[in-house]
Design a protein around this ligand. Sequence first.
Ligand code: C5P
Length: 400
Amino acid sequence: MELTGKRIALGITGGIAAYKSAELVRLLIKQGASVQVAMTEAATHFVTPTTFQALSGKRVYADTWDSTIDNSMAHINFSREADVLIVAPASANFLAKIANGIADNLLTTLTLARNCPLLVAPAMNLQMWANPATQRNLSTLRADGVSVLGPASGEQACGEIGAGRMLEAEEILADVISFFQPKLLAGKKLLLTAGPTFEAIDPVRGITNLSSGKMGFALARAAQEAGADVTLICGPVCQPTPRFVTRIDVVSALEMHAAVMQHIKAQDVFIGVAAVADYRPKHLAEHKLKKNDGANVPSIEGLQFVLNPDILAEVAALPAPPLCVGFAAESHNLAEYAQKKRAAKKIPLIVGNLIQDGFGGDNNRLILFDALGQHPLTPAPKLELSRQLIAHIAHLLETC
Ligand code: C5P
């Protein structure tokens, strides 16, 4: 429940994307928010107030002159009781009006009268989106502090392909959740590694580990939500890329090393979350090894290994290193091994977790080890722990 206790005012303007807003209401409520909907008259031609009344569990405001509204002050009360006003879809017409302070219907009036932040999710035909007038209005709105979510590019209801599609409900939800996070890393650049590496033996086989990448991806999302410019270098994983995170896929430890070294310049923070293979097979067989009908069964002793570069230690040893954070996944003696690793790699912070607590799952139990000692975090979902870790890193950045 990411939006527990949040009061969201949702405005809906006239556009075919209004059908997506029904799903948005459902998602917002599922995350614990209360949602109060207001619609323009045009919006009611695409979806009915009854739909939103049923989904939000509250009456829907659609008429400026509705005499049944207490004290007839819907336009004033609406945003007084909200933490944020989201208008999705926001038509070109609506954006033009609010960029110019026009209040000629209930939704534009309550938008002008609001005393809470405004997020808009534009939805329109690509020509309308590209029109200089629309772009001018958006510049004005951004300068006024309005957050513009999207739009996306793709196939439009009119059959044309281009920019102007409203974001999907899940994307708007992610942006709303992100909006409420404190911007502790605003203006900072953060690079991290995640997932396992795969060290090839032949063209189809190799050595890897059970790292799911979930912790690293949650951390990338939390850092981005905190305002950082995030680059995520990951081994082979099946995780969706967090919004606005630059993802670079690699396979082996050597590739991960090369990608990190290529992107490390000007980073403020480097976090090694990846479970990098310590060794790789010395020789890569050019062709697939044959089964040979069970004769000559290969032995692990027959396979020669060489040490992979320690990416984190190498970054920490750069002349002007970013703030370096490591992970220590252990099966026992966590505190002892984690502190040893912190000292060996000469890094200010290492995050310890027991493999049995965290590998593959959605929850984890973390202990932070820094120069001041141990800081155990309450076991929680990985995203929640990531936000706490980001707060700790932001504090270290300030004090280092
Ligand atoms: O040395 P060890 O693998 O136990 O240390 C774990 C930490 O070091 C993790 O943060 C991991 O991402 C990082 N690491 C690395 N390159 C390696 C091995 C580990 O960056 N080759």
